[in-house]
Design a protein around this ligand. Structure first.
Ligand SMILES: Cc1cc2nc3c(=O)[nH]c(=O)nc-3n(C[C@H](O)[C@H](O)[C@H](O)COP(=O)(O)OP(=O)(O)OC[C@H]3O[C@@H](n4cnc5c(N)ncnc54)[C@H](O)[C@@H]3O)c2cc1C
Length: 393
């Protein structure tokens, strides 16, 4: 393989470029905007900076957050001290840092929009608004609004959320998470360098309705959005069948990050998975043990083993987490209450937020600590038949 073209220079594309160029491959990244303030909370979990320490060991401005407040209707909010802090970057800064790392590793970075890619007898011909280029392999990293219809995840409304919000003046130390009735999603307030990002994500509701619900919340909190910059974007949130049929690779190409739908369907965390999938795709591209024809399959298998099976399980329980009812209350309400009252649940939430607890691992953790309490019954309810099925084995 002589030349790899990377389409999109967000975290996924930039990281794939860094990995491939460091290994000596001729690598070119095309991004129509390069570093930009992509609508995003910019939150990076412990899992991300533990796996890729350069994400914390750098001089790029970032907030370090050690506390989250979770709230649900009709119950007192709960405070969660994070065992490992969460980092919050501006996306402009994060993207710039990652593109610079790719460039230092030897990748060529081009500001251009990819208009189409076509197969040739030798590989690919890319047409951009700046010209054309022949490449042997394509990494599709064009994000959730991937304009290339034949490559990457086909996001339907069942497999995505709207995510929108405002950047408002203000400061606070903690992250706020607010669950709302009948919303498969949540509202967040993220403290960022110099402002707050206040936003909402939700599945199956039109953007106007989400915006109205966010503004009602902001009114209650006396947060004014007058003159504030509004942002909106698509957030992949694959359902169970979306994960089963996900189109992440094909002959001569692999999709990474949002272009491959690789986002946690419960939390909306996508930055870690963008980088992780870029890392895995690069390993497959560089691995001589796989011929070109085997690479798509090898990538799918690696993704599944590494994190996609876990996110697919997350998709199965997501609706119960947001919309389920347990003992005359809602699941989010009960979660907030358990957080206040149960040290066991508190520890679990700390690990979930840090990313050191997988969704699939919840079953094992629950079974190891069975105490016949209300919390165990709650776990059984949220994890559903999948747990019962495992117990029977
Ligand atoms: C409101 C919101 C809040 C979020 N908050 C968080 C959070 O706090 N933490 C977290 O982990 N995740 C969060 N996410 C998810 C996260 O933003 C994404 O998962 C992440 O950006 C994916 O990175 P990516 O590189 O795959 O795609 P992107 O970051 O979208 O990058 C894609 C790049 O491709 C370029 N591009 C697209 N089409 C073309 C083309 N034809 N030619 C050239 N270039 C092109 C774009 O300019 C862009 O730079 C949030 C998402 C939203 C919408």
């Amino acid at each position: 393989m002589k030349l790899v073209a990377i389409l999109g220079g967000g975290p996924a594309g930039a990281f794939a470029a860094e990995r491939l160029a460091s290994a000596g491959l001729d690598t070119v990244v095309f991004d129509e905007k390069l570093a930009w303030e992509k609508p995003c909370g910019g939150g990076l979990t412990y899992k991300a900076y533990h796996t890729y320490p350069f994400l914390i060991e750098n001089n790029t401005p970032k907030r370090v957050v050690t506390e989250t407040i979770l709230a649900a209707p009709h119950t007192k909010a709960a405070t969660l001290r994070l065992s490992e802090p969460l980092l919050i970057y501006s996306r402009m800064d994060l993207n710039r840092m990652m593109l610079e790392r790719a460039e230092r590793a030897g990748a060529r970075i081009e500001k251009a929009r990819v208009l189409e890619i076509n197969r040739t007898s030798m590989g690919w011909r890319l047409r951009t608004n700046a010209g054309a280029l022949d490449a042997d392999f394509c990494v599709i990293a064009t994000g959730a609004r991937n304009p290339l219809r034949d490559f990457g995840t086909q996001l339907t409304s069942r497999d995505s959320m709207s995510a929108l919000g405002y950047y408002v003046p203000g400061d606070q130390a903690q992250i706020d998470i607010q669950f709302l009735p009948h919303l498969e999603g949540y509202i967040w307030i993220f403290p960022r360098c110099g402002h707050l990002s206040v936003g909402i994500c939700g599945k199956g509701l039109p953007a106007q309705e989400l915006r109205a619900r966010l503004e009602a919340f902001m009114r209650e909190r006396s947060l004014s959005w007058k003159g504030a910059r509004f942002y909106a974007h698509v957030l992949p949130s694959l359902g169970a069948s979306g994960w089963r049929n996900n189109r992440v690779s094909g002959q001569g190409w692999m999709a990474v990050g949002d272009a491959g739908g690789l986002v946690d369907p419960i939390t909306g965390e996508g930055l870690y998975y963008a980088m992780r999938s870029a890392d895995l795709a690069s390993q497959v591209v560089l691995d001589d043990a796989h011929g070109l024809a085997e690479k798509p399959c090898a990538y799918r298998a690696l993704l599944t083993r590494d994190f996609a099976a876990d996110l697919a399980f997350g998709a199965i329980i997501a609706r119960r987490v947001f919309l389920g009812r347990f003992l005359l209350g809602t699941v989010p309400q009960r979660m907030v209450q358990f957080l206040r009252r149960s040290p066991r649940f508190y520890d679990l939430m700390q690990d979930l937020v840090a990313g050191s607890q997988t969704y699939l691992g919840l079953k094992g953790r629950m079974m190891r600590n069975l105490q016949g309490t209300l919390l165990d019954t709650f776990f059984h309810f949220v994890l559903g038949r999948e747990v019962a099925g495992e117990n029977q084995v």
